[in-house]
Design a protein around this ligand. Structure first.
Ligand code: PLP
Length: 505
């Protein structure tokens, strides 16, 4: 093994050795717990379990002391990039800074220790929080009703399109097409297809945004909905959105807004006021609930009143009049699309979002949007002299560059992303949106200081200089990590040979 691959000689984190697996550290008889002897008789598993449920080929768990487990995971945690360590150019789409107060709220015993199947009378505090959160999200988005059930943006799209489908079916209309701009997030066409719709792509204009005449040309009696992301995936505001909504509505369709990211709009404009009929809002993006590695998230969906009969059940409702005070779960929606999540959804995410919204308040949320937009435009201004800017306009919460101007150096977006790791940054989103070859998408978010933005911009400019002067340095990066660039074919082979000794070469 070379020094780099084993991590030997790398003292960046003060540990100059390979980190073995817990299984490799296991020593017979070593323990990390102290549990009292049971005071009930031991039973022989074979006397209570069917024979086919019994296995004798399980190698056992690692036997290891508590302090060794703690050190193992603490060491591994220092190998990670994290938003608590520095600027994270993936932005809110992956992880914006999560204020610690929200974590504290989510851990309050009254929430964290509650059982989801407690009777409604014992869930009043939690139901009140759900009710308030739906009201806050409705206010922020300009929608009439909100369901908290969808567990992610993609499931929110599914839910929204199911409601749109139910709406058209109820009216006896057979509409089987969904329009999706070519700049859309990949989940949009996927959700439409999953709902049984045919997807028709609508080309965006040379300026990167959607134009009314393109929508009018694609519109027809078969169109159930247009799905629109605003700001779009280039970080540009869809300026013609009001006119586009009018065109879709005039043709009998509804407009689905992809509101996964509201960072740039908070307190500035409301999708509902612009003509959007249904939209999801990712609490794990704009509303700061931490996510990563696939979850947990929450993609509440807001709808206009015309879609309210189809909301997923149960719906949290505040009691009124003779019913007394408090909150209840309402199942009385005969046209509902049904339930989308067991119990209430990803509850911890709701609590964090509620806490975030209440901490900032309306003025704070508006300032959050202003700072997110200012920061993205500041970075763009610092970087546009060195990097190609495919759509050179004022951006919203994120900006898109490309490697086009580096072509003569042989350095690509991929290399740049790897070299940023040497400067202490996680790579930004790369090769997306698909309509920009070699795209580099940067979303700094509202939390970064001017000094933090300057450091990141300096790193990007230094790499551009390296690409011109010492391109090999960039092409072989990263150089300061425990593992360098993986050979993807080799990595795949090693997955297959996982438990066999590594071939030496
Ligand atoms: C993140 C995102 C989605 C998907 O949301 P998930 O919670 O990851 O399913 C959809 N559209 C846009 C624009 C997004 O940024």
């Amino acid at each position: 093994m070379s020094d780099r691959r084993s991590g030997v000689g790398n003292t960046a984190n003060g540990f100059a050795y390979e980190e073995p697996l817990l299984f490799e550290r296991s020593r017979p008889g070593r323990i990390g717990h102290s549990v009292p002897e049971p005071d009930v008789p031991r039973i022989d598993p074979s006397s209570v379990l069917p024979a086919e449920a019994l296995r004798d080929d399980i190698p056992g768990l690692p036997e290891i002391s508590e302090v060794d487990v703690v050190r193992h995971f603490t060491r591994l945690s220092t190998w990670n990039a994290s938003v608590d360590l520095g600027l994270y150019p993936l932005g809110s789409c992956t992880m914006k800074y999560n204020p610690k107060l929200n974590e504290r709220a989510a851990r309050l015993a009254g929430f964290a220790a509650a059982h989801p199947m407690q009777p409604v009378a014992l869930q009043q505090g939690f139901l009140q929080l759900c009710h308030e959160l739906t009201m806050q999200l409705a206010e922020i988005s300009g929608m009439d009703r909100v369901t908290l059930q969808p567990a992610a943006g993609a499931q929110g799209e599914l839910a929204g399109l199911m409601m749109i489908r139910a709406y058209h079916e109820q009216r006896g209309e057979n509409r089987h097409t969904v329009l999706v701009p070519d700049s859309a997030h990949g989940t949009n066409p996927a959700s439409a297809a999953l709902n049984g719709y045919t997807v028709r792509a609508v080309p965006s204009g040379d300026d990167g945004i959607l134009h009314p005449d393109a929508v009018a040309a694609a519109m027809g009696e078969d169109v159930a909905s247009l799905m629109l992301t605003n700001p779009n995936t280039l970080g540009l505001f869809e300026e013609h959105i009001a006119r586009i909504c009018e065109i879709v509505h005039a043709g009998g369709g509804l407009v689905y807004g992809d509101g996964a990211n509201l960072n740039a709009l908070l307190g500035k404009t409301r999708p509902g006021d612009l003509g959007i009929d249904a939209m999801h809002i990712n609490l794990h993006k704009t509303f700061s609930a931490p996510h990563g590695g696939g979850g947990p998230g929450a993609g509440p969906v807001g709808v206009k009143n015309i879609l309210a009969p189809y909301l997923p059940t149960p719906v949290v409702r505040e009691l009124s009049g003779d019913e007394g005070e408090g909150f209840t779960l309402d199942y009385d929606f005969p046209h509902s699309i049904g339930r989308l999540h067991a119990n209430h959804g990803n509850v911890g995410v709701f609590i964090r979002a509620w806490s975030y919204i209440r901490t900032l308040g309306p003025a704070g949320l508006r300032r959050c949007a202003e700072m997110a937009v200012l920061n993205a435009n500041y970075l763009l201004a610092r970087l546009c002299s060195a990097y190609h800017v495919p759509y050179d306009r004022r951006v919203m919460h994120e900006c898109v560059l490309s490697d086009k101007r580096l072509q003569d150096t042989g350095v690509t977006t991929h290399d740049l992303a790897k070299r940023l790791i040497d400067f202490g940054y996680h790579p930004p989103t790369v090769y997306f949106p698909l309509i920009v070859p070699g795209a580099i998408m940067i979303e700094p978010t509202e939390s970064e200081s001017l000094e933090g933005l300057e450091r990141f911009a300096d790193a990007m400019l230094a790499i551009e200089k390296e690409a011109r002067e010492t391109p090999e340095l960039v092409r072989s990066a990263p150089h300061h990590t425990r593992r360098s660039r993986l050979d993807e074919t080799r990595a795949a082979r090693q997955m297959v040979l996982r438990w066999q000794p590594e071939p030496r070469d």
